[in-house]
Design a protein around this ligand. Structure first.
Ligand code: ZN
Length: 201
């Protein structure tokens, strides 16, 4: 049976998660949590999962974007989003820092807001630091979609969901959005969501 993923509205998704010490990382309990997280992410399937999404308030996420996931997406979309393969990684106590000020806005979803998507602006380029599953320091320089995943998952550990950052009028179900807004370029989609004030007669 796949493990249920906690859905929006539950307190653990809105709380700041606890830091994890190097000693705790090496415990069998913590290692078992990481195994559960990887299994739940792959089962969903998703490209990232944070511990609060399994109801555990600890600062750890897993991420992985696989060749077979990318194969299902058009080259145009992959290029636009700068989406590339991300090997499986476990990041404990992650810290995201901006590299430059550029942002990119794309549709994004979350396994804890199941069935919906919205346009979300994110930093295009970041550094991600933390500890890996062996409590060794990690420092990654990420750009494009991998940078987006790191920002989304780190937000989870601070009690934030993408709906806190989204272009609110772009929020919709995956199916409905795919039908009209998803067919436009991101620039066109943003434009289509602007409301013109009613003209006076
Ligand atoms: Zn999420």
């Amino acid at each position: 049976m796949p493990e249920p993923i906690v859905q929006a509205g539950v307190e653990v998704l809105r709380a700041s998660a606890a830091y994890v010490s190097p000693d705790e990382i090496r415990t069998p309990e913590f290692q078992a949590l990481v195994v559960r997280m990887i299994a739940a992410m792959r089962e969903a399937p998703g490209v990232g999962l944070a511990a609060p999404q399994l109801g555990v308030g600890k600062r750890v996420f897993v991420m992985e974007d696989r060749e077979d996931y990318l194969a299902a997406v058009s080259k145009e979309t992959l290029d636009e989003r700068e989406r590339v393969v991300v090997p499986l990684r476990t990041i404990v106590n992650p810290v995201v820092k901006p590299v430059g000020k550029a942002t990119k806005t794309f549709f994004e979803g979350c396994l804890s807001v199941d069935g919906f998507v919205a346009l979300v602006p994110r930093l295009r380029e970041v550094t991600l630091t933390g500890l890996d599953e062996n409590a060794e320091p990690v420092k990654l320089h990420l750009k494009g979609w991998p940078a987006r995943i790191a920002q989304h998952e780190t937000d989870h550990l601070n009690g934030m969901l993408y709906i806190d950052r989204m272009v609110t009028r772009s929020f919709g179900t995956v199916d409905n959005t795919r039908g009209w807004l998803g067919k436009k370029s991101t620039v066109e989609a943003v434009k289509a969501l602007v409301v013109d004030p009613p003209k006076r007669a």
